[in-house]
Write a protein that binds this ligand. Sequence first.
Ligand code: PRT
Ligand code: ZN
Length: 292
Amino acid sequence: MSKLNNNNIKIAIQKDGRLSENSLGILESAGLDFDSYKRRLFAIARNFPLEILFVRDDDIPDYVEAGNVELGIVGQNVIYEEESDVEELASLDFGYCSLVVAVPKDSKLVGVVDLEGKTVATSHPNSTQKFLENNGVQARIVKIAGSVEVTPAMDVADAIVDLSATGSTLELNDLRPIAEVYSSQAVLITNRRVLENSKKREKIDRLLTRIKAILKAKEVKYIMMNAPRAALAEIQQITPGLRAPTVVPLVDDDWVAVHAVVAEETFWEVVEKLRSIGAEGILVSPIEKMIL
Ligand code: PRT
Ligand code: ZN
């Protein structure tokens, strides 16, 4: 790694797995131009002082903590499990999952306390140990590298602690969740020492500004509509926009065109209200980036 250009900052992302596509996607949306063909060991951005390293997700917090790379994109679950001393710069809104305790559907175990004296299989032994301790439960933990979900059927364990996203894997294996250890999503991480280096910090801040602009834009929609001029005051109440909606006069004096930014969360409620006060021809477009 040290053979690469020292003026560049480095970011480690998952080479091949659930987080890879979205991690690459966010860097591309941030305007970085690089070749990731077959995700070789690393790629160099042509238009930003950044190198991208493709590694196993489990190694990402270690590289960031040791300062081999300045940044990383990884699931919070890996940070929690490895108890890594890293700083989260942004939650990236993908890679959502939960670490859950699950038992066979026909099991008598219904809560964490029922795990007392039982055997729990997991590939997250640290998180499991802490969770059991916090709940005052003593159980035997069996560390499994993969396919944790099959262990109850094999009589290896009474319960499992595993990541779950859609819940399909639990369902397919006749398991039901009985508790959540924590929820997780992908995050951008760094370490505190890096932030003390002003040259590196400046580059990290530039990249972070771009990433935040993309994340912010996902929360809003741009809408355009025609509305009776008489309804303007009400429209302004419903769609405050960034400062205020943009109002464009139309040839017909009684009507105006209004452009506004609307939060994704309340989007349909806002549209229904706008229609009820006479807005029509409502056009909606996604916002690619939002720089405040
Ligand atoms: O090779 P490498 O070590 O890099 O990859 P990996 O195989 O260790 O990790 P990978 O690619 O499976 O997961 C990377 C990260 O994605 C995890 O660390 C989590 O942060 C996140 N993530 C999100 C998930 C899931 N969703 C997920 N569903 N990681 C794993 N799963 C597994 C889970 O273990 C279970 O086997 O998917 C199954 C359950 O999924 P559902 O949808 O059936 O509930
Ligand atoms: Zn892994």
